[in-house]
Design a protein around this ligand. Sequence first.
Ligand SMILES: Cc1ncc(COP(=O)(O)O)c(C=O)c1O
Length: 229
Amino acid sequence: MDIDSIRADFPGLREWTYLDNAFICLYPRQVREGYDEFLDQWMNFSPKGAKTILGEWLDKANHVRGMIADFVGAAANEIALTTCTGSGLNIVINGTKWEKGDNVVFPEYEHNPMDTTMLRRYGVESRPVKVEKGRVELSDLEKAVDDRTKIVQVSQVSYVNGFRFDLKEVSDIAHDHGAKVLVDSTQALGALATDVKEEKVDLRLCGPLQVPDGACRPCVPLRQLGASR
Ligand SMILES: Cc1ncc(COP(=O)(O)O)c(C=O)c1O
């Protein structure tokens, strides 16, 4: 791997070492080029046979879905592209059949916790698990989970301090009670090797990967989305 040539793709690194990737990451030239190509195609579109411009974009989206799937060990039809991580979370919330008395378990300080007005309306109990000295003990997580737990939500890497969960162990705890595991991999994907099958995670969110805020912040790999709908 040639680090200098990778750095050269990020004009923002000419003078600086940039550390704030978790908040807003720098743009590499490939993303700029992709945007230029997209706008050029849109402005200069001329139909080829029955093909519409939307058809071309959908082909590209399918191609990208396949690339993400290869990257995380999933199948392309398990990947959904959404506008942001929060909208992926809303898909999970709206696609789950909730009953009064169900509960959701997540660590305190989770970035987008499943503690929403919608869930309160359904009568779902939020069970935040305490974080002590920056750590979440699996035994504390386990105590919070019971047979009415629908979803256990964790970040693969905490956006607060980098704390990492052993996802296999979290999955084992959740699955023992029939709950699903929802993982926010925003700070992990691309930095840590990820294999969705090995980790036994049911649903995974990931956001902003080097596209502009509010545009099409990409990939929310939602494993087994169909199963939870
Ligand atoms: C852990 C985590 N999840 C998600 C996000 C982004 O959320 P969204 O795409 O909904 O803005 C961030 C951004 O800072 C984050 O740190």
